[in-house]
Design a protein around this ligand. Sequence first.
Ligand code: ASP
Ligand code: MG
Length: 815
Amino acid sequence: MKILKFGGSSVATPARIQSVIEIVKPYLREDVAVVFSAFGGVTDVLIQISRLALEGNLEYKATLADIERRHLDAVRALVGVQKQSSILAQVKFTINELEDVLHGVYLVKERTPRTLDYIMSFGERLSAYIIAEAFKDNGVAAEFLDARRVVRTDANFGYAKVDFDTTNTQIREHFSRQQALQIITGFIGTSETGETTTLGRSGSDYTAAIFAGALQASDLEIWTDVDGMMTADPRLVKKAFTVPQMSYEEAMELSHFGAKVIFPATMQPAMVNRIPIWIKNTFNPTFQGTVIHAESKNGKVIKGISSMNAISLLSVQGSGLLGVVGASARLFATLARERVNVILISQASSEHSICLAIESQYTRQAKTAIEKEFQYEIRNEEIDEVHVETDLSVIAVVGDNMKQSPGTSGRMFSALGKNGVNVMAIAQGSSERNISAVVRQADVAKALNALHEAFFLSDRKLLNVFLVGTGLIGKALINMVREQFNKLAEENLLEVNIVAIANSRKMLFQEAGLPLATCLDENEAKGEAMHMEKFVEHMVSLNLPNSIFVDCTSSEEVTSFYEAILSASISVVTPNKKANSASLEKYKLLKHTAFRRGVKFLYETNVGAGLPVINTLNDLLLSGDKVISIEGVLSGTLNFIFSSYTAGKKFSDVVKEAKAKGYTEPDPRDDLSGMDVARKILILSREAGLPYELSDITVENLVPADCREQTSVDAFFTALEKHDSAFEKLLAEATARQEKLRYMAVLKDGKVAVSLGTVNDKHPFYSLSGSDNIILLTTERYHERPMVIRGPGAGAAVTAAGVFADVIRIGHYAR
Ligand code: ASP
Ligand code: MG
């Protein structure tokens, strides 16, 4: 025997009912009985009608007429014309009965729980009756069974308790006499004195379980409108998926928090008889769904994550609680008296404080009651006033297997911590099946996603990138992400989502990730006006896990937001040097904030583009090495200029050529001034632990004084030509000594200088060509011969590659 149950949404329209009949047909080869809820939404409407009647509002008649029409229409749609009239008459007859009760409520202005149960019973009575007739019309030998004939309950109206002895006997007796397919009303029963009762809202599941238990069914199938029990609420966690199987206990824990696919009471009769419960989707009938049974077989530590909103946390603390037997008993007795349900309790072993989570609606009431109960202790300052925090949520991870898996809570809290979710209270049941944490409601979606990723997609990380700056580097980065997407996902189990892009004019967001091939055009076409402040606000409010802000601009304004961004637990990756070469205080603050928030601030591309300079330096220092000196050719532009400046050429022509090739800034003076190199060596000095400001660096400005005043670039070039001979002299002197001109940055003996100098053919800088960079690190360990890092140190592609590597590094860290 199998018991099937279809809920309100599965029978909301005649078309849905017809597809339910098709779902049931194949089962007719075996023994089966089917339980139905009222048509979708009808129970709510019945309650509403009864309230109108109670309030003396005659509107109730119109609403009742709607209900009548809906059921009559269903008959007309589902049953052939010849048979309709008697069925329509029966429906009308039943509705008349309902109308009489409502009229009574209207007249006496009283609606007892008993009357309400009676009124609500019409929903199931009408639906199961009509559906039974529809089955008959489909050639199935079916029979309507009003469950009131067999389900015996107490007289606790609205939430009646089942008398299983009588009920089981009556059900078995009834079925022993019946051949036809039983179409059963869910939700309702009869008290000993013959009054109609209900089993509590959504009680049809329970009815089905009662029949399954009584008949020792092999299976109980709950047909609903979702694909079974999910790993998390799919409205909040897009990657949630169906859990194929779980234990009764796991299902119970999960349904306690939010995942209202099945109600705990339902499980009880199935559980004691060890009947598997299948959750199936009427809208997707071939999908396997979830089976809930006696043991949880599958190896996953966690079965699901759920949450409960609108929670307040009350803490009671003070020396008056310390070692005082009975204080907590009084506390909980007080809440019980007030009928305040306690959702979570946590007491530190210092016994100095107890904190408990309750539904927010009871906050005032609970606080007042507790303070009254402990008024003497409060007056004597043995206990503080009750401290309240609101707008919180409880999130819970649930799974039988966490018992054998140490590290579950570690995983949970590190996932929350890495995403900046503050945990305000924690509780773990001694059954070790559930770990709950209280967090801010604003963090719930992020917390659920982070946990979902940590427990279910642990092999896959999703990085959410917010990119500002879509110039050469930004574009190259987008293309790189696009080209590497599949490989990264498959081999490194990292998915990079570019959630937002912005340039100085426009910005575009798409939470699920922008289409990489077209996002730049889309931003032009439909992006909104760019405001850095709004961009940051939007990014922070999305509150996505593993968020990374990538700044591919050279804007100082953008760097002024880093502190706020890091404070919001969002990592920052950037080739923009402006932040790290600003004041030492700012540099330290950013590092400190990143550290405190547990996020990353990575800027490998600040020096030498994609060359591994900063990481290498940091690795050396981490291992205990000390820097003796750093020397470098750190400007690709200046290296191009000086390595192509050979006898017979004019210096100004070489600079022009560099500009024509796109190697210089729009105004080449920005390169020739040496400031860019100064910023780079400043950053390296700081990384090496030296507390320097930009002003501590001696910089040789290669722009002759009279060239600095020129307002246009052309005028600058004209002015520069007058200095060609001076540069020629420098070159000639160097060549005479068989040396070459190099613009170098040197940190040595606590001094940092940036200047034009010469090197002979023994020096590693001698052979440097093109726009390459070179860095020599002389340290205590590398002191005989320095460590040399050399290679292309400029260009969009190599810089973007460095930025990309930093993003991936964060992905690995987040694992
Ligand atoms: N029709 C009832 C309700 O809406 C029972 C059920 O649907 O399970 O609560
Ligand atoms: Mg680098």
